[in-house]
Each structure stands twice: as structure tokens, then as C-alpha cells.
Design a protein around this ligand. Structure first.
Ligand code: PHE
Length: 347
């Protein structure tokens, strides 16, 4: 019987060595110490032995039991540790490694050049006492055309290729002049305001045309406003923007909402007037259509044209940006390219 216990001890020691994981270990323990385990079956066979034999074998079997428990525990700790180590090796991460950081645009060092120019111009006009107004991109026929002296059948509607909504009553505003119409509705003269924003035209794109671009509208209404006032404000604006005198020319221009109307051109700053793709080889860039507000427009806005008059202008912001930074293709502005945008100084 003693020999049996000795064999069992050896068998256990041997089996313990071959155990590879925790579940095998749990099974091994049950195999030796469980109710129907090997140790118990030996003890059961001692039922009829003499008290002396029982005593000595009882002690031996207790020692064996303790040895098994101790062996299992030691092995368990060892297996747990090696499982942890294995996991660590498999999922190893170098925490000092700098991964690729996705640029979400917030880290771009600077503002979009159109925003930069827009804010500068807003500051200039704020300092001259103008308000800054906003207006909706989706406009109605009335504010984009009708109120601006462009009735339904007027050929001038064809000048502006319009993105109409299917109800044919609403459209993407083709110019910021709708802000004139809306601004007048809620003001009593004298007043002066500017209205910057995106405008949309259904036209083919090229180096100097985009279907979505930016304008900055301006309007001043009061008593005895003259073309001289208009020219003063336009010159102040341009010399502030370019920080130098730029060559300008004034041509007659037709817009139904102004009379007389002008086109103010500046000498192309990209080519210095020699001719390039931006100025269509002419040496001049149309920048500032303007004029004296048409009496019909004043009337639509609830202003008495007998008593008041005023001027209005619609500055093309994209061209201004291109002139200032020497950008030769308007399509860069909407390219969404962060390396393009981050070249410009923050405002
Ligand atoms: N709204 C005109 C355009 O987009 C520009 C303009 C504005 C002309 C104000 C005169 C006065 O072409």
C-alpha cells in the first residue's frame, strides 16, 4: 500500500511536468484529489486495514495530498505568468511610437484666404461706420431679381445663369445684391452696410470662373450722396487692401439696379498689366461693379427716391484674393487642399 502511494506521488510529479495549460491542470488535480480520484480510491481500499496501518498510511496520504496541492498551486502561478507574458508579447505596442495623425483641418495654421480678406474688408468698413449684414443662400425670386429692378421678362436675368429650385420660385442667390433688398426693408435712411457671402452661378469653370464664389455687397443711402462719395469709398478700400496705390479705370457698366452703373477695373497684379490667363490677356481685371442706386430699387425697399439716393457696389472677393496673393487659378480656392490653405497668414 505504501508502495502504491509512492507510485502515485511519482505519477503525479510526472504528469505535472507535461501539463500545458490551466484547464489541463484543473483536470489533473481532479484526477488525483477528486471524489472519484486516484487518492480516494486508494484510501477506500484501506477500509478494512488495521488501525496501525490506517494511521501510518493516513499520514502518508495527507502528505501526498498536500504535495499535490502545493504542486498544483505552483504550476498554476507559473502558467498564469507565462500566459500574461505570452499576451504581452503578442499585443506588444511601442508607446513611444508616433503614429500618423489625421489632419482634421483644425490644425491648419491659418484661415482660408477668402476669410482673411473678408475680415480685413469688414474691419475697414466697420471703421467707416458701416453695418455688416448677412442673408440666406437660398433666395426667392423677389429679393434676387424683382426688388432689384429685374422683372420677370427682363433680359438681364439671362446675364446671371441661375440655379433654380424645382418650384421655380426659389434659387441659389446669384449675387449678394439681395442683401441690399433685405437690408433696405428693415432700415430707415440714412444707413450704410456691407453684406459678404457666397453666391452661385450655373456656369462652366475655368481659371477665372467658379460656379460658387464670393462677393461683398455694399450700400449707402442718405441725402445728396454722389458718385464722388462712391469713388472715395472704393479708393479707400482698394488702397487699404493692397497697401499701395493700384491703377484703376472706370467704365460704364450696365446693371438694372444702378443708374448710372460702372465697372471699376484694376490693373492685373498677377502680370503687371502685360496679359495673363487671369486677366484674359487684357491686363485689366473686373473687380468692382458699382453705381448709383436705381430709384425703383429704393422704392421697393420703402425708401422715397425723391428724398434719398445712394450708391451700391458688389466686390468680387475671389479675384481680389487672387490679385493679392498671386493665385493664378480660382479653382485652388475651393480645392479643399490644406497645404494650399495653410500658406496664408492667420488673420
Ligand atoms: N450684383 C452685381 C453682380 O453680381 C454686382 C453689382 C452690385 C453691381 C452692386 C452694381 C452694384 O454682377
Amino acid at each position: 500500500m505504501k508502495q502504491n502511494l509512492e507510485d502515485l506521488k511519482n505519477e503525479f510529479a510526472h504528469a505535472l511536468e507535461t501539463v500545458k495549460n490551466r484547464s489541463e491542470l484543473v483536470n489533473l488535480k481532479a484526477d488525483f484529489l477528486g471524489k472519484k480520484g486516484k487518492l480516494n480510491s486508494i484510501l477506500k481500499s484501506l477500509k478494512d486495514a488495521s488501525p496501525e496501518v490506517k494511521k501510518s498510511l493516513g499520514m502518508k496520504s495527507n502528505q501526498l495530498k498536500e504535495a499535490v496541492l502545493a504542486g498544483v498551486e505552483k504550476k498554476m502561478t507559473h502558467l498564469e505568468l507565462s500566459e500574461i507574458n505570452e499576451g504581452l508579447m503578442k499585443n506588444w505596442q511601442d508607446v513611444s511610437f508616433r503614429g500618423s495623425v489625421r489632419d482634421n483641418g483644425l490644425s491648419a495654421v491659418g484661415y482660408h484666404p477668402v476669410s482673411i480678406i473678408q475680415r480685413e474688408i469688414e474691419d475697414i468698413f466697420l471703421s467707416m461706420g458701416f453695418e455688416i449684414l448677412d442673408g440666406p443662400h437660398i433666395e426667392d425670386d423677389y429679393h434676387n431679381f424683382e426688388a432689384l429692378n429685374i422683372p420677370d421678362t427682363h433680359p438681364a436675368r439671362d446675364m446671371q445663369d441661375t440655379f433654380w429650385f424645382s418650384d421655380m420660385q426659389h434659387l441659389l442667390r446669384t449675387h449678394t445684391s439681395c442683401i441690399q433688398a433685405r437690408g433696405m426693408e428693415t432700415r430707415k435712411p440714412p444707413f450704410k452696410f456691407i453684406g459678404p457671402g457666397k453666391v452661385f452661378r450655373c456656369e462652366a469653370t475655368d481659371a477665372s470662373h467658379e460656379a460658387a464664389f464670393h462677393q461683398l455687397e455694399g450700400m449707402m443711402v442718405g441725402k445728396d450722396i454722389s458718385v464722388a462719395n462712391l469713388i472715395y469709398f472704393m479708393k479707400t478700400l482698394l488702397s487699404e487692401i493692397f497697401q499701395k496705390e493700384v491703377n484703376v479705370r472706370l467704365r460704364p457698366g450696365f446693371f438694372p439696379f444702378v443708374e448710372p452703373g460702372f465697372e471699376l477695373d484694376i490693373e492685373c497684379l498677377i502680370c503687371g498689366g502685360k496679359g495673363c490667363s487671369v486677366c484674359k490677356q487684357s491686363g485689366w481685371v473686373e473687380l468692382l461693379p458699382c453705381g448709383m442706386v436705381h430709384p425703383n430699387v429704393l422704392k421697393s425697399g420703402g425708401v422715397d427716391p425723391e428724398e434719398y439716393n445712394g450708391f451700391a457696389f458688389g466686390l468680387g472677393l475671389d479675384r481680389l484674393v487672387m490679385m493679392r496673393y498671386g493665385i493664378d487659378d480660382i479653382r485652388h480656392l475651393h480645392s479643399g487642399n490644406l497645404s494650399f490653405v495653410s500658406q496664408f497668414k492667420a488673420y
